[in-house]
Design a protein around this ligand. Structure first.
Ligand code: F6R
Length: 279
Protein backbone atom coordinates (compact mmCIF):
# COMPACT_ATOMS: atom_id res chain seq x y z
CA UNK A 1 0.00 0.00 0.00
CA UNK A 2 1.43 3.36 -1.02
CA UNK A 3 0.11 6.56 0.52
CA UNK A 4 0.62 9.98 -1.04
CA UNK A 5 0.06 13.46 0.29
CA UNK A 6 -2.16 14.47 -2.63
CA UNK A 7 -3.76 13.07 -5.80
CA UNK A 8 -1.11 15.01 -7.75
CA UNK A 9 1.73 13.22 -5.91
CA UNK A 10 -0.01 9.92 -6.51
CA UNK A 11 -0.32 10.79 -10.20
CA UNK A 12 3.37 11.60 -10.45
CA UNK A 13 4.46 8.36 -8.78
CA UNK A 14 2.13 6.21 -10.86
CA UNK A 15 3.11 7.87 -14.15
CA UNK A 16 6.79 7.37 -13.25
CA UNK A 17 6.15 3.66 -12.71
CA UNK A 18 4.41 3.41 -16.08
CA UNK A 19 7.29 5.12 -17.89
CA UNK A 20 9.89 3.00 -16.07
CA UNK A 21 8.04 -0.14 -17.09
CA UNK A 22 8.02 0.98 -20.73
CA UNK A 23 11.77 1.72 -20.56
CA UNK A 24 12.51 -1.62 -18.90
CA UNK A 25 10.60 -3.55 -21.56
CA UNK A 26 12.26 -1.52 -24.30
CA UNK A 27 15.71 -2.67 -23.13
CA UNK A 28 14.58 -6.22 -23.88
CA UNK A 29 12.83 -5.10 -27.07
CA UNK A 30 9.48 -6.12 -25.61
CA UNK A 31 6.16 -4.30 -26.07
CA UNK A 32 4.36 -2.87 -23.05
CA UNK A 33 0.67 -3.63 -22.71
CA UNK A 34 -1.17 -1.20 -20.47
CA UNK A 35 -4.69 -1.56 -19.10
CA UNK A 36 -6.21 1.88 -18.59
CA UNK A 37 -9.13 3.27 -16.60
CA UNK A 38 -11.33 6.32 -17.04
CA UNK A 39 -12.93 8.42 -14.27
CA UNK A 40 -11.60 11.27 -12.15
CA UNK A 41 -8.99 9.33 -10.23
CA UNK A 42 -6.46 8.63 -13.01
CA UNK A 43 -6.60 12.18 -14.45
CA UNK A 44 -3.45 13.32 -12.54
CA UNK A 45 -1.67 10.16 -13.77
CA UNK A 46 -2.47 10.96 -17.39
CA UNK A 47 -1.49 14.61 -16.92
CA UNK A 48 1.92 13.59 -15.60
CA UNK A 49 2.35 10.80 -18.14
CA UNK A 50 1.90 13.25 -21.03
CA UNK A 51 4.55 15.50 -19.50
CA UNK A 52 7.05 12.71 -18.88
CA UNK A 53 6.64 11.32 -22.37
CA UNK A 54 7.29 14.71 -23.89
CA UNK A 55 10.13 15.73 -21.56
CA UNK A 56 11.98 12.42 -21.77
CA UNK A 57 11.06 11.72 -25.40
CA UNK A 58 9.75 8.28 -24.52
CA UNK A 59 9.36 5.88 -27.42
CA UNK A 60 5.73 4.64 -27.38
CA UNK A 61 5.88 2.77 -30.67
CA UNK A 62 5.69 -0.54 -28.80
CA UNK A 63 3.02 0.48 -26.32
CA UNK A 64 -0.38 -1.18 -26.60
CA UNK A 65 -3.34 0.00 -24.54
CA UNK A 66 -6.62 -1.62 -23.56
CA UNK A 67 -9.29 0.39 -21.78
CA UNK A 68 -11.48 -1.24 -19.19
CA UNK A 69 -14.92 -0.26 -20.29
CA UNK A 70 -17.41 1.82 -22.26
CA UNK A 71 -21.09 2.70 -22.00
CA UNK A 72 -23.53 0.98 -24.34
CA UNK A 73 -25.58 3.10 -26.73
CA UNK A 74 -23.23 6.09 -26.96
CA UNK A 75 -21.53 6.84 -30.27
CA UNK A 76 -17.77 6.84 -29.71
CA UNK A 77 -17.58 10.56 -30.46
CA UNK A 78 -20.30 11.42 -27.92
CA UNK A 79 -18.73 13.85 -25.42
CA UNK A 80 -19.78 11.52 -22.57
CA UNK A 81 -18.23 8.38 -24.05
CA UNK A 82 -15.12 6.88 -22.50
CA UNK A 83 -13.57 7.11 -25.98
CA UNK A 84 -13.93 10.89 -25.85
CA UNK A 85 -12.64 10.95 -22.27
CA UNK A 86 -9.47 9.01 -23.14
CA UNK A 87 -8.69 11.11 -26.20
CA UNK A 88 -9.28 14.31 -24.26
CA UNK A 89 -7.24 13.29 -21.23
CA UNK A 90 -4.44 11.32 -22.87
CA UNK A 91 -4.45 10.01 -26.40
CA UNK A 92 -4.93 13.18 -28.49
CA UNK A 93 -1.91 14.69 -26.82
CA UNK A 94 0.23 11.53 -27.04
CA UNK A 95 -0.64 11.04 -30.70
CA UNK A 96 0.63 14.54 -31.40
CA UNK A 97 3.74 14.51 -29.25
CA UNK A 98 4.93 10.90 -29.44
CA UNK A 99 5.08 7.94 -31.78
CA UNK A 100 2.15 6.11 -30.14
CA UNK A 101 0.49 4.12 -32.92
CA UNK A 102 -3.30 4.76 -33.02
CA UNK A 103 -3.79 1.12 -34.08
CA UNK A 104 -2.43 0.10 -30.68
CA UNK A 105 -5.21 1.91 -28.79
CA UNK A 106 -8.11 -0.37 -27.82
CA UNK A 107 -11.32 0.88 -26.25
CA UNK A 108 -14.49 -1.22 -26.28
CA UNK A 109 -17.14 0.11 -28.65
CA UNK A 110 -20.67 -0.01 -27.24
CA UNK A 111 -22.47 1.50 -30.23
CA UNK A 112 -24.18 -0.62 -32.89
CA UNK A 113 -27.40 0.94 -34.12
CA UNK A 114 -26.98 0.87 -37.91
CA UNK A 115 -24.88 -1.05 -40.42
CA UNK A 116 -22.55 1.95 -40.65
CA UNK A 117 -21.55 1.39 -37.01
CA UNK A 118 -20.19 -2.07 -37.81
CA UNK A 119 -16.85 -3.19 -39.21
CA UNK A 120 -16.93 -5.14 -42.47
CA UNK A 121 -16.27 -8.40 -40.57
CA UNK A 122 -19.11 -7.63 -38.16
CA UNK A 123 -21.47 -6.88 -41.02
CA UNK A 124 -20.61 -10.12 -42.72
CA UNK A 125 -21.11 -12.09 -39.49
CA UNK A 126 -24.44 -10.32 -38.89
CA UNK A 127 -25.85 -11.43 -42.25
CA UNK A 128 -24.76 -15.00 -41.58
CA UNK A 129 -26.35 -15.02 -38.11
CA UNK A 130 -29.52 -13.23 -39.32
CA UNK A 131 -30.03 -14.43 -42.93
CA UNK A 132 -33.48 -12.77 -43.20
CA UNK A 133 -32.17 -9.36 -42.33
CA UNK A 134 -33.12 -6.55 -44.72
CA UNK A 135 -30.04 -4.74 -45.98
CA UNK A 136 -29.53 -1.18 -44.64
CA UNK A 137 -32.36 -1.44 -42.09
CA UNK A 138 -31.55 -0.28 -38.54
CA UNK A 139 -30.37 -3.08 -36.25
CA UNK A 140 -33.12 -4.70 -34.18
CA UNK A 141 -32.50 -4.99 -30.43
CA UNK A 142 -31.69 -8.66 -30.88
CA UNK A 143 -29.16 -7.92 -33.62
CA UNK A 144 -27.59 -5.07 -31.64
CA UNK A 145 -27.20 -7.30 -28.59
CA UNK A 146 -25.71 -10.05 -30.73
CA UNK A 147 -23.12 -7.68 -32.20
CA UNK A 148 -22.23 -6.24 -28.79
CA UNK A 149 -21.72 -9.75 -27.39
CA UNK A 150 -19.48 -10.57 -30.36
CA UNK A 151 -17.50 -7.42 -29.62
CA UNK A 152 -17.08 -8.39 -25.97
CA UNK A 153 -15.71 -11.80 -27.03
CA UNK A 154 -13.47 -10.20 -29.64
CA UNK A 155 -12.12 -7.73 -27.07
CA UNK A 156 -11.23 -10.55 -24.70
CA UNK A 157 -9.63 -12.41 -27.58
CA UNK A 158 -7.56 -9.34 -28.56
CA UNK A 159 -6.32 -8.96 -24.99
CA UNK A 160 -5.23 -12.62 -24.95
CA UNK A 161 -3.61 -12.29 -28.38
CA UNK A 162 -1.65 -9.10 -27.65
CA UNK A 163 -1.36 -9.52 -23.87
CA UNK A 164 -1.00 -10.37 -21.15
CA UNK A 165 -1.52 -6.89 -19.80
CA UNK A 166 1.74 -5.88 -18.11
CA UNK A 167 0.17 -3.26 -15.88
CA UNK A 168 -3.52 -2.70 -15.23
CA UNK A 169 -4.56 0.68 -13.77
CA UNK A 170 -7.84 0.62 -11.86
CA UNK A 171 -10.09 3.04 -10.03
CA UNK A 172 -12.78 1.84 -7.65
CA UNK A 173 -16.49 2.64 -7.44
CA UNK A 174 -18.07 3.52 -4.09
CA UNK A 175 -19.82 0.12 -4.30
CA UNK A 176 -16.51 -1.67 -4.87
CA UNK A 177 -16.79 -2.12 -8.64
CA UNK A 178 -13.62 -2.31 -10.71
CA UNK A 179 -14.01 -1.57 -14.38
CA UNK A 180 -17.79 -1.82 -14.57
CA UNK A 181 -17.73 -5.24 -12.92
CA UNK A 182 -20.52 -4.46 -10.50
CA UNK A 183 -21.33 -6.27 -7.21
CA UNK A 184 -22.42 -9.82 -7.92
CA UNK A 185 -20.25 -10.16 -11.05
CA UNK A 186 -18.61 -13.60 -11.01
CA UNK A 187 -14.85 -13.56 -10.48
CA UNK A 188 -14.31 -15.88 -13.42
CA UNK A 189 -16.28 -13.79 -15.92
CA UNK A 190 -14.31 -12.10 -18.69
CA UNK A 191 -15.25 -9.16 -20.96
CA UNK A 192 -19.06 -8.89 -20.84
CA UNK A 193 -22.11 -6.71 -21.17
CA UNK A 194 -23.36 -5.54 -17.79
CA UNK A 195 -26.22 -3.61 -16.26
CA UNK A 196 -25.00 -0.67 -14.21
CA UNK A 197 -26.27 -0.37 -10.64
CA UNK A 198 -28.24 2.70 -9.60
CA UNK A 199 -25.34 3.53 -7.25
CA UNK A 200 -22.89 3.71 -10.17
CA UNK A 201 -25.30 5.69 -12.35
CA UNK A 202 -25.81 8.17 -9.49
CA UNK A 203 -22.04 8.48 -8.86
CA UNK A 204 -21.38 9.13 -12.54
CA UNK A 205 -24.30 11.53 -13.04
CA UNK A 206 -22.28 14.53 -11.81
CA UNK A 207 -19.86 14.29 -14.75
CA UNK A 208 -22.48 13.17 -17.26
CA UNK A 209 -24.41 15.57 -19.41
CA UNK A 210 -27.80 13.84 -19.75
CA UNK A 211 -29.11 10.48 -18.52
CA UNK A 212 -26.38 8.00 -17.57
CA UNK A 213 -26.71 4.85 -19.73
CA UNK A 214 -28.02 1.70 -18.03
CA UNK A 215 -25.63 -0.77 -19.62
CA UNK A 216 -21.93 -1.04 -20.37
CA UNK A 217 -19.30 -3.34 -21.82
CA UNK A 218 -16.49 -4.10 -19.42
CA UNK A 219 -13.45 -6.26 -18.90
CA UNK A 220 -14.39 -8.85 -16.30
CA UNK A 221 -12.68 -9.67 -13.03
CA UNK A 222 -11.33 -12.74 -14.83
CA UNK A 223 -9.73 -10.44 -17.44
CA UNK A 224 -8.36 -8.03 -14.84
CA UNK A 225 -6.82 -10.76 -12.69
CA UNK A 226 -4.85 -12.05 -15.70
CA UNK A 227 -2.79 -8.81 -15.75
CA UNK A 228 0.80 -9.28 -14.55
CA UNK A 229 0.63 -6.30 -12.23
CA UNK A 230 -2.27 -4.19 -10.97
CA UNK A 231 -2.35 -0.70 -9.45
CA UNK A 232 -5.62 0.26 -7.82
CA UNK A 233 -5.85 4.04 -7.38
CA UNK A 234 -8.20 5.75 -4.95
CA UNK A 235 -8.27 9.31 -3.69
CA UNK A 236 -10.60 11.43 -1.57
CA UNK A 237 -12.58 10.76 1.60
CA UNK A 238 -15.52 9.43 -0.40
CA UNK A 239 -13.49 6.28 -1.16
CA UNK A 240 -12.26 5.65 2.41
CA UNK A 241 -15.04 3.26 3.42
CA UNK A 242 -14.91 1.12 0.29
CA UNK A 243 -11.13 0.87 0.45
CA UNK A 244 -11.40 -0.41 4.03
CA UNK A 245 -13.92 -2.99 2.85
CA UNK A 246 -11.82 -3.97 -0.18
CA UNK A 247 -8.87 -4.62 2.11
CA UNK A 248 -10.63 -6.20 5.07
CA UNK A 249 -13.98 -7.74 4.15
CA UNK A 250 -14.18 -11.40 3.08
CA UNK A 251 -13.25 -11.95 -0.56
CA UNK A 252 -16.61 -12.11 -2.33
CA UNK A 253 -18.33 -10.95 -5.54
CA UNK A 254 -20.52 -8.69 -3.39
CA UNK A 255 -17.47 -6.38 -3.24
CA UNK A 256 -15.71 -6.94 -6.59
CA UNK A 257 -12.49 -5.18 -5.48
CA UNK A 258 -11.90 -7.84 -2.79
CA UNK A 259 -10.96 -10.13 -5.72
CA UNK A 260 -7.73 -8.17 -6.06
CA UNK A 261 -6.45 -9.81 -2.88
CA UNK A 262 -6.24 -13.06 -4.85
CA UNK A 263 -3.72 -11.45 -7.23
CA UNK A 264 0.01 -11.93 -6.49
CA UNK A 265 1.11 -8.46 -7.57
CA UNK A 266 -1.30 -5.69 -6.68
CA UNK A 267 -0.53 -2.29 -5.14
CA UNK A 268 -3.02 0.15 -3.69
CA UNK A 269 -2.11 3.79 -4.45
CA UNK A 270 -4.02 5.93 -1.93
CA UNK A 271 -3.96 9.51 -0.77
CA UNK A 272 -3.99 10.85 2.78
CA UNK A 273 -7.69 11.63 2.59
CA UNK A 274 -8.23 7.87 2.59
CA UNK A 275 -5.41 6.78 4.78
CA UNK A 276 -4.22 9.60 7.09
CA UNK A 277 -0.62 9.22 8.20
CA UNK A 278 -0.17 8.86 11.92
CA UNK A 279 2.24 11.52 13.23
C1 F6R B 1 -13.64 3.54 -15.30
C2 F6R B 1 -13.89 2.47 -14.38
C3 F6R B 1 -14.53 2.67 -13.04
C4 F6R B 1 -13.93 3.84 -12.28
C5 F6R B 1 -14.63 4.00 -10.93
C6 F6R B 1 -14.09 5.19 -10.16
O1 F6R B 1 -13.00 3.07 -16.47
O2 F6R B 1 -13.58 1.41 -14.74
O3 F6R B 1 -14.37 1.49 -12.29
O4 F6R B 1 -12.57 3.62 -12.09
O5 F6R B 1 -16.00 4.16 -11.12
O6 F6R B 1 -14.37 6.37 -10.85
P1 F6R B 1 -13.77 7.75 -10.35
O7 F6R B 1 -12.30 7.66 -10.54
O8 F6R B 1 -14.40 8.78 -11.23
O9 F6R B 1 -14.14 7.88 -8.91
Amino acid sequence: MLIFESPEDLGKACARQIVDLILENQKENKPTVLGLATGNTPIPVYRELKQLVQKEKIDLSQVITFNLDEYLGLPIDDPNSYHSFMFEQLFSDLLQTSNLDPRNIHIPNGYAKTERDLSSQELEALFIAFPNRIKNSPLSQEEELWILKQRADQYEHDISRLGPIDLQILGIGTNGHIGFAEPGFSFSQDTSLVQLTENTRRDNACVFNGEVPRFAITMGIGTILKAKKIYLLATGEKKREIIEKALQFPISPSIPATSLRMHPCVSFFLDEAICPRTP
